[in-house]
Design a protein around this ligand. Structure first.
Ligand code: FPP
Length: 274
């Protein structure tokens, strides 16, 4: 971080600083097209923009950052394109573990969130290596959503939750304390419904490694969430600057944080009530 950005960061941190900022890194291919480059060059520039943005965030004191790196829907792109993006992601995961500032200076712990079983073996193993290599860090957190969609995350959480409740029921049954459906309660019409509460479900979300985001920044001016952190974004600000992801810079982050500070009391009240 240079001297100017360091001073800005000090001024901003006089007010409340968001705990968690999430990013939808939209517009990498459009950036490449605008410059007559191949798509891969757009994604490479996107990675550099990401590294700068993470440094600004951690420097400012934002503990959690989450990025949407590849959605389950992205697997529907042309096979050659999926393969080259995955190749780049594999290379960048390896680079990330070697980034001295990320691992040592900012003490980043990396998590990968999503249906990792959908990834090729080399990418899955690289993701696992990155999680293990940084598991001793606790100063900052980077969650990388890979093979992720919110609908898949919620479905996974419901399945895990029902499985857990079923196991609890079976354990009670084996002790003679009831039947295996102990988590199912009959209502007045004799219908059954599972006694699952919000906290049970949230425990099984991939994103349970971080608090809910305070801000989602989506580049390219789109205001859609595209199946990203839908459950977690109930009380979150959306900032959608009309620039392509590789063009994002410190000023966009400053603008988003100032908006967060302006809305702070309202947001905290909402979170308390929810
Ligand atoms: C360590 C790690 C995992 C790094 C991630 C590297 C990186 C920047 C990946 C971006 C992937 C992606 C599909 C972005 C969306 O832009 P797009 O391809 O949809 O472009 P468009 O919006 O212009 O179509």
């Amino acid at each position: 971080m240079d001297e100017d950005s360091s001073s800005i960061s000090r001024v901003l941190s006089v007010g409340p600083v968001p705990d968690h900022i999430a990013f939808i890194m939209d517009g990498n291919r459009r950036y490449a097209k605008k410059r007559n480059l191949l798509d891969g060059a757009g994604h490479r520039s996107g990675y550099l923009a990401l590294m700068n943005m993470l440094k600004y965030c951690y420097e400012l004191g934002v503990k959690y950052a989450t990025i949407y790196a590849f959605s389950i829907d992205n697997f529907r792109r042309r096979p050659e394109e999926v393969q080259s993006t995955m190749q780049l992601i594999l290379e960048k995961i390896e680079d990330l573990i070697k980034e001295e500032s990320m691992v040592n200076q900012y003490g980043v712990r990396i998590y990968f969130l999503g249906s990792l079983k959908l990834l090729s073996k080399p990418v899955r193993l690289a993701a696992e290596r990155a999680m293990v290599a940084t598991s001793g860090n606790s100063k900052s957190v980077l969650s990388i959503c890979l093979a992720y969609t919110s609908s898949d995350e919620i479905l996974h959480a419901v399945q895990e939750c029902c499985g857990e409740k079923w196991d609890e029921g079976s354990a009670l049954e084996s002790k003679g304390a009831g039947n295996g459906l102990v988590f199912l309660k009959g209502n007045e019409n004799g219908k059954i419904k599972p006694s699952i509460v919000v906290k049970d479900l949230e425990k099984h979300m991939y994103a349970a490694v971080a608090p809910d985001p305070d801000i989602i920044i989506r580049t390219s001016g789109e205001t859609r969430l595209s199946n990203f952190l839908l459950w977690q974004s109930a009380n979150c600000l959306l900032y959608a600057p009309p620039i392509l992801w590789p063009e994002i810079g410190l000023w966009h982050l400053i603008w988003a944080v100032l908006d967060f500070q302006r809305n702070f009391s309202y947001l905290k009240e909402k979170t308390k009530l929810s």
